[in-house]
Every structure is written in structure tokens, then in C-alpha cells.
Design a protein around this ligand. Structure first.
Ligand code: ZN
Length: 502
């Protein structure tokens, strides 16, 4: 591929390669940190990641990269959208790096590595005080980064843009308000319904090895390539890809309920399918990666919720489930379906149902905006968390571990990240609707274990484009319209009515 490229673009790709490789090396080390590394490795790993982040920054901000970029201004690229996107993405990375002092990048990498360790200790001890100083330092450093990027504009918008290009408060605030207005009555109606969902088919004793084998086999049957991927245990499930040929999924389990492991694996597998489907021709270039976190999350939620919780999927899964857990009392699809679609306000985001999930995100969005607008400080967070949860979900966290300490994101310095979860939910529903229209009989096919048509549809509409198009373009082209909450809400209303008769 590179042989046919204009020489200036080849030079830019060569100049970018060390940046990509340093990033991939850091990702391997982060994966190791969360899956294999003994606790004693924390300090050294933090320093190492800090060094790599600093080197990456120096490359991006350096004169060699700037020169390579300057050489790409020619009109010759005007007719090739992929090359235009390549230069656009490279320039964005360079401009960002130039804005942010190298020292700040290193300090942030070290602070977050240390923050992850204190957050884990704080969570285990159920004591926000243990995390307080680390978090204050992270918020201070992220604030400095936001100031550098915002150049006088909104600090929080600058952070949002890091995770989903173009995301702004001015659009997200009405989106969350609208969702809240629609979701609150639905959640109330489910709570007031006389239907009591029987969750016993999902509960019992599920051997962890059997859960692993089951999840692994399902991911493989759907299309995840284990010659180019792995599945390992981690405290907080995630997916990370170093290359289209090396994508890591992680999972965790509960012995008394199969749902967290199964849906966790389907979720991470959705991310992993995207990573494996990225354009191999552009690997290691600025357009060879995923477009943004909203679209990334749409891939995980689509397989987890829209496929994995559907009746037809369970018709296919049932014999495999019985074979994997032969001791478990037999149930049929009608019996399990309601237990896959419960609606109940709860404390923990990652375990939240489809209806209340976005309210958990709205809570974090509210708190982050206030933090970066200076309306609250780190010391206000525990109380503000509780008040926001009371207001949005009507629940009170009896402990910090289940409240303000529940998420890993702030320890990672990832402020502005949470809204991408809601964007992902909405994009997933809209894509699924469009796929259903394009592929008649798609859902009937699930019952026969036929997932290839949907995967192929996602590959051509989303995966293979890497960063060559914006998220907005991908959604418009794949679905024929701009992103809206309509598909998500209509899907939710129909499941809620099937389960709760509301
Ligand atoms: Zn995800």
C-alpha cells in the first residue's frame, strides 16, 4: 500500500510509526498491569508508563513530525479522502501535543498510575480519604491539560473532545435532559408494575472454569478470532488492541449468577470485533484506529444488549447453555427473557439495566461539569455524588465503595469519558435498526447461530473505515440519518412493555 502513496504521506507515516509503537507498548504494559502484574510492580510500572508517555509526546510535538506534516500540505491530497483524514488526524495529534507541556504528560501518567493503586486500596477499605489526595492531584493535572487544550474555551468541552471528537456540553446537556425526561417515567412505571420478574433461572452455582469455556466458545462462534486475540481475567473488564492481529479481552465472574460474565464477555467481544476489523492496510497510521469511544461503545452494546439479550439469540444459545451447566435447573427462553431485561434503579453503573444505565452516566456527567467549572471540589464529591444519585435514581449508597469510588475512570484521569457510554447506547440501537432493515431475516438467523451477516454489515459500515470518517459521518452513512435517541427509546419501550406490561 505505502508504495503507491505520495512520498510526503509516506514520510508522515514513517514519522508517526514510533508514536504508534510507543502507544502499543504502553497498552501491552497496561494490559499486563490489570491482568498479570503482582502488586509490587505498581511503582516501577507507573514510572515506565510515564517514560513512554513522555517519549510519545516528544515525538508528536517534535520538529521531525512537524516537518513531515508541513510536507503534506499539497493539493495532491485533495482528491483522496483517506489521505486527507490521515493528515487531519496527524495534525490534530501534533497540535494537541504542542499545547500540552511534556512535563505535564509525564506527571499525569505517573499520577494516574499511582492513582489506580490508591483507588484500589480506598475501594477495598471503603474509605474515600485514602484516594482523596491522589484524586485531587489528578483533577489538578487534568484541569491544566484542559486549560492548555481549551485555549480560553470551555475546559470540559476540551476534555469531551479527547474521547469523542466534536462532543460539546451544549449538545450533551439537552440530550441527557431529554433522556432523563423519557426514562424517569419508564423506570417508575416498571417499579409500580405488578409484574415481579423471576430471576432464579439466572441464579445458582456456576463453576468459573465452565463460565470461561462457555464465554470463550460463544465469542468464537460469533466471530471473534482467537488466533488474533485472548480472553483473560481482570478485576475490571476491558478490551485493548495493540494491532488487528492482537486484541485482548478481559472478563470477571460471579459464581452465583451467570449474567455478569456472559454479558461482560459479549460486551468486550463487541469492542474486540471492532479492533479486529480495523483496516489492516492502515495499521500503525493515524487512521488505522477506532474512530472514537462513542462508536467503540456502540459495538460492545450492540452485541451485549441488542443481540445477546434477544429471544432469537437465546434460542440458539439454550442447548449450549445446558451443555455448559448441566447441573443447573432447565429453563426455557420465555423464563429467562424477563431476567435479561429487568428495570430497577441500582447503585452500580456496570451492573445497571438498559433503562437506568444512562441515568448513571448522567450523574457522572453532572458531577464532572461542576468539577471543571469550579462549582464543586474534590472534597465535595462524596456528598455531591450521593445527592445526585438521590435525585436521578432515588438510591442512596451505603458506602463509598459502592458510590463515589465505584468507577476506575477518575483514577485513570479519564474525565469527559462517561458520556461516550450513552452515545454508544444510542448509536448501537440506531445501527441495529438499520442493519435489521438492510438484512431481512437477520434476527431469525441468530436462532440458527448465523451472526456473520450482521458482523459483515458492521465490518463494511463501521470497522473497515478506521478513523477515515468522523463518527457523525459513519452514523449518517450507515443509518441514513443523524444520531438521535429515538431507536434506543423505542427498543426500550417495547422490551419494557413485554416484560412489565407497561
Ligand atoms: Zn465498553
Amino acid at each position: 500500500m505505502t508504495s503507491a502513496l505520495p512520498p510526503a504521506v509516506s514520510r508522515l507515516i514513517e514519522a508517526y510509526r514510533p508514536v504508534h509503537d510507543l502507544q502499543a507498548a504502553a497498552a501491552v504494559l497496561s494490559w499486563d498491569q490489570e491482568t498479570m502484574m503482582p502488586p509490587g510492580g505498581r511503582e516501577a510500572r507507573g514510572r515506565l508508563l510515564g517514560t513512554l508517555a513522555g517519549l510519545r509526546h516528544d515525538h508528536l510535538a517534535g520538529s521531525a513530525f512537524a516537518d513531515a506534516l508541513a510536507g503534506c500540505d499539497s493539493e495532491a491530497l485533495a482528491h483522496d479522502p483517506a489521505l486527507q483524514a490521515l493528515v487531519r488526524e496527524a495534525r490534530k495529534l501534533h497540535d494537541r501535543a504542542v499545547c500540552i507541556p511534556a512535563e505535564l504528560t509525564r506527571a499525569l501518567a505517573e499520577a494516574t498510575s499511582e492513582g489506580l493503586a490508591t483507588w484500589q486500596r480506598a475501594r477495598a477499605a471503603d474509605d474515600f480519604g485514602i484516594f482523596r489526595d491522589s484524586l485531587a492531584r489528578i483533577i489538578d493535572l487534568v484541569g491544566q491539560k484542559a486549560d492548555a487544550l481549551a485555549e480560553g474555551g470551555s475546559r470540559y468541552d476540551a476534555l469531551l473532545d479527547l474521547y469523542e471528537a466534536g462532543s460539546v456540553e451544549a449538545e450533551l446537556t439537552p440530550l441527557f435532559e431529554g433522556l432523563r425526561a423519557e426514562l424517569a417515567p419508564l423506570v417508575q412505571a416498571a417499579a409500580a408494575s405488578s409484574v415481579q420478574v423471576d430471576e432464579s433461572p439466572a441464579q445458582g452455582h456456576f463453576n468459573p472454569d465452565a463460565q470461561y469455556a462457555f464465554g470463550h466458545a460463544i465469542a468464537q462462534a460469533i466471530g471473534f478470532d482467537f488466533d488474533s486475540g485472548r480472553l483473560d481475567q481482570a478485576a475490571h473488564p476491558f478490551c485493548t488492541g495493540f494491532d488487528v492481529g492482537d486484541v485482548r479481552l478481559t472478563w470477571r465472574f460471579q459464581e452465583d449468577d451467570f449474567r455478569p460474565a456472559l454479558f461482560g464477555i459479549l460486551h468486550e467481544m463487541g469492542h474486540g470485533l471492532y479492533e479486529q476489523g480495523l483496516p489492516a492496510d492502515w495499521r500503525g497510521t493515524p487512521i488505522g484506529s477506532a474512530v472514537g469511544l462513542g462508536v467503540h461503545e456502540s459495538q460492545s452494546r450492540l452485541w451485549e444488549n441488542l443481540v445477546g439479550r434477544s429471544r432469537s439469540f437465546w434460542e440458539w444459545l439454550m442447548p449450549h447453555f445446558r451443555a455448559a451447566f448441566p447441573q443447573h435447573p432447565k429453563f426455557d427462553v420465555d423464563a429467562i427473557y424477563p431476567a435479561l431485561h429487568t428495570i430497577r434503579p441500582s447503585l452500580i453503573r456496570v451492573e445497571a439495566d438498559e433503562a437506568t444505565y444512562n441515568l448513571h452516566v448522567a450523574a457522572r456527567y453532572d458531577l464532572e461539569r461542576k468539577l471543571f467549572a469550579g462549582e464543586i471540589t474534590v472534597d465535595d464529591l462524596p456528598e455531591a455524588w450521593d445527592a445526585t444519585y438521590q435525585d436521578l435514581l432515588g438510591v442512596h449508597a451505603p458506602s463509598a465503595a459502592d458510590g463515589v469510588l465505584q468507577d476506575i475512570h477518575w483514577a485513570m484521569g479519564a474525565f469527559g469519558y462517561f458520556p461516550t457510554y450513552t452515545q454508544g447506547n444510542l448509536i448501537a440501537a440506531q445501527l441495529f435498526d438499520a442493519a435489521r432493515e438492510d438484512l431481512p431475516g437477520m434476527e431469525d438467523g441468530f436462532a440458527r447461530g448465523e451472526f456473520a451477516p450482521l458482523l459483515e454489515w458492521l465490518r463494511t459500515r463501521i470497522h473497515q473505515h478506521g478513523k477515515m470518517r468522523t463518527a457523525d459521518q459513519l452514523v449518517r452513512e450507515a443509518t441514513g440519518k443523524p444520531l438521535s435517541p429515538e431507536a434506543f427509546l423505542s427498543d426500550l419501550r417495547s422490551t419494557a412493555s413485554a416484560v412489565y406490561e407497561v
